[in-house]
Design a protein around this ligand. Structure first.
Ligand SMILES: [Zn+2]
Length: 339
């Protein structure tokens, strides 16, 4: 990540002394040229644990970032007071975060678009959002509010779809026209790029691999079903199964989780003729190689048709920058043809 630009006229390591122009060259000939204008996307990622904002340039580089807990200290009070919650309290926290990042735009640079990744469900085009894990926002008009706040065109999409876009833009799926991006974290989500285009679906929810069934008659899922990938392999499910957070899960759980993710991926590979799955999120990336090896074994086992054989499941390449780069991509792709 780039550190904030030094103020005009200050150069790291400089003593501040002015350098005289060489003999014969008028002083104005070496006066600083105007800095090139960099167009930026204001990227916003909204999750149940934290909200983040950053600046992403046209080449996919995340230049600035800041984050706040989605719910502040006041929200955690257990004395029955509720003044720390509510849709407008949360909105004010997000608006302050956006403002903080806007202040970091270097002189001469400009924000031309705002891209947002947010937990679902949401109405088409993210006009209103009702994230499952943000109870304050139900049909919250996020796109219009951010548009009003920033004054630039604003585009909202599902956070897992945004991350899939980011991986295809400058991450582990760069240059690929057919892949699924999966997030295995507190929940499980995904986004599918097919024939070079992000799948939307009737209401914008295409790619939601979290509710592909991997254990018939398995654990109850919040969706009303049983044995969905999210109900078996999410951080929430792992904590319920083991009694401990996913980051201390034993090897048997790491392997089981990888196997189940691989099982869901295999079904998608077979269904859509996809050669690649890119998995991110704290559970997948935290578990690391043993998780991916188990997932790949399952994919190999279940993808036997000619077109599906050899499909790969690999780790996302953007690490913790992925959600903001993906959100930036949601904005940029509306400005120019990206994915
Ligand atoms: Zn489900």
């Amino acid at each position: 990540m780039r550190s904030p630009r030094p103020a005009t006229g200050s150069v790291p390591g400089s003593t501040g002394a002015r350098t005289e122009p060489p003999a014969g060259i008028p002083a104005r000939a070496i006066s600083p040229a105007p800095l090139p204008v960099t167009d930026l996307a204001l990227a916003v990622d909204i999750g149940g644990t934290k909200m983040a904002a950053g600046l992403v340039d046209r080449s996919g580089s995340l230049q600035e970032r800041a984050q706040v807990p989605t719910h502040g200290d006041a929200d955690a009070r257990t004395d029955g007071r509720t003044d720390g919650r509510g849709p407008e309290v949360l909105w004010r926290r997000l608006a302050d975060l956006v403002h903080e990042v806007q202040l970091r735009v270097a002189p001469g640079d400009r924000v031309v678009v705002c891209g947002v990744g947010c937990g679902g469900p949401m109405s088409p085009d993210g006009e209103t959002v009702s994230p499952l894990n943000i109870v304050e926002w139900r049909a919250f008009p996020l796109r219009a509010r951010l548009h009003e706040l920033t004054g630039v065109p604003t585009h909202v999409d599902n956070d897992a779809k945004a991350l899939a876009l980011g991986e295809g833009w400058v991450g582990a799926a760069a240059g690929r026209r057919d892949y699924i991006g999966i997030v295995v974290s507190t929940g499980v989500g995904g986004g599918i790029v097919l024939d070079g285009r992000l799948l939307g679906g009737r209401l914008g929810n295409a790619g939601h691999i979290g509710h592909v069934v991997v254990v018939p008659e398995g654990r109850r899922c919040p969706c009303g079903g049983r044995g969905c990938l999210e109900a078996e392999a999410s951080g929430t499910a792992i904590a319920a199964l083991t009694g401990h957070p996913a980051d201390v899960a034993p090897p048997s759980i790491v392997e089981r989780t990888g196997t189940l993710v691989g099982r869901a991926v295999a079904s998608v590979v077979n269904l859509l003729d996809l050669p690649l799955a890119v998995a991110s999120g704290s559970v997948a990336l935290g578990f690391g190689p043993p998780f991916f090896e188990a997932a790949q074994r399952e994919v190999d086992l279940r993808c036997g048709l000619d077109y599906a054989r050899g499909a790969r499941i690999i780790a996302g390449g953007l690490g913790d920058r992925g959600p903001l780069i993906g959100a930036g991509c949601v904005g940029w792709r509306a400005v120019e043809a990206l994915v």
